[in-house]
Write a protein that binds this ligand. Sequence first.
Ligand SMILES: [Zn+2]
Length: 506
Amino acid sequence: MSAGLARAQPAPVQPSGALPALGDTSELSAGAERRLGDRIASSIYRDPDYLDDPVLGDYLQGIWQPLMKAARARGELGPELEERFAWEVMQIRDRSINAFALPGGYLGVHLGLIGAVATRDELASVMAHELTHVTQRHISRLMSKQSQQMPWLIGAMILGALAASKNPDAANAAIAGGQAVAVQNQLNFSRDMEREADRIGFSVMADAGFDKQGFASMFEKLQQASRLNDNGSFPYLRSHPLTTERIAEVKGRLQLDGVTASPAGNTDAGNARVLHAMMAARARVLADPGVDGLRPLVADAQRVSQPAAAAAVTVRDAGALYAGALAASRLRDHALARSLVGKLKSAPTPSSAVAEPVEWLALEIELAAGNTASLPKLGNTRSWAALWLQARADLAAGRAQDASGALQGWVTTHPKDAVAWQLLATAYGQQGLTLRAIRADAESRVAQLDYPAARDRFKAAQDVIRSGREGGVGTNSYIDASIIDTRAREIDQLLREQALQEKLDR
Ligand SMILES: [Zn+2]
């Protein structure tokens, strides 16, 4: 929502306290806002710069879930809104520093933001701020009575603004005409909304157990960038102008809370910093900097000397080695990637939170090297990142049944995980289980809200059933066929409802 949109409209300053609600008649209903959000999300899913990396995804969830829990406990997030909205964090492969709330509870996070913040707490401060825009229904309040009549136009405008934020040259093509610009300006949060997102976001992040100092240091970072007038790499600043009031209020809040030094000295905080350095490094590599961007990361890692046997790896070295190893792997220098991750592995790590991502990286490097003969089994696959990597390793090593077993369990509890369904389709395909493979593929389309494509897949599966080629399904074919028929009917129904709703919303 606030992604790279034009400069905020100066709004009349309200006295502090909660913003006045505009009343039900002029607010967009939660259901209508979710439908608008779904429409935007389904376009983002198809954008080549949308990324669903399980390792970064788990890391973001480790911040997002505590924030949601805190918002719930504080009464900012009621059961009705929680039920109606998506509450989904989307990764955007973009090196610029930005995060944005979309209608319906979707949150976009640029990899550039993850790569640039110094701590998990700084990232939490931005996410808490954006979460608050959603829980306080700022988006629906922006939709005036007039703009309510054209939510689909607004959806198109948001997508145009998102595209423009990625490529400044596309701005004029994507957003043409005075009326379009007028609508776009309406979508900028008011100054009061920004201050409310700061105020409530600050409390939410503190209640969630993050270091409040992260809020202040994130502000300092933005302030520095705004002094350098670095608008190109900081679209977040364009949508979040740093007013003197905002800065003063954050400083005042910290003083009021009696926050002193950050607890960087204790082990937990130390582990969190090392983990963050590695995740920021991953974000920098996955942001796709190209060969010229990857080479300096490798060179930087090669300068890190072998850590002393007893000494834990420093935050800086952990980040450099992680980035260098992954970058070397991407450049297909597998031997170097192995040696760099080896240095990272040899350092003693006091916590599994730090040791496991290193183990995953080592496995990822072997997978990229095509070393299928000796792919190790991970010790613990409780997290999605580990399960995903283990399933990929199992597939590469010809253990498709292990992969499908684990993935089937995962999608039972996480039916909206498109990456899991897609991998499951591959696993079933390798076992010659055609019907199940097509169904898993269809479910991955459903998860990405592409119902027409899902319907095509289910129809293809029904054709397979009718033709009698059941592709090795064997004794389960009857059950598989009846699941497919049920799901095909459900998707048909969904498509009919969607078409009807679109007519009503227009
Ligand atoms: Zn904001």
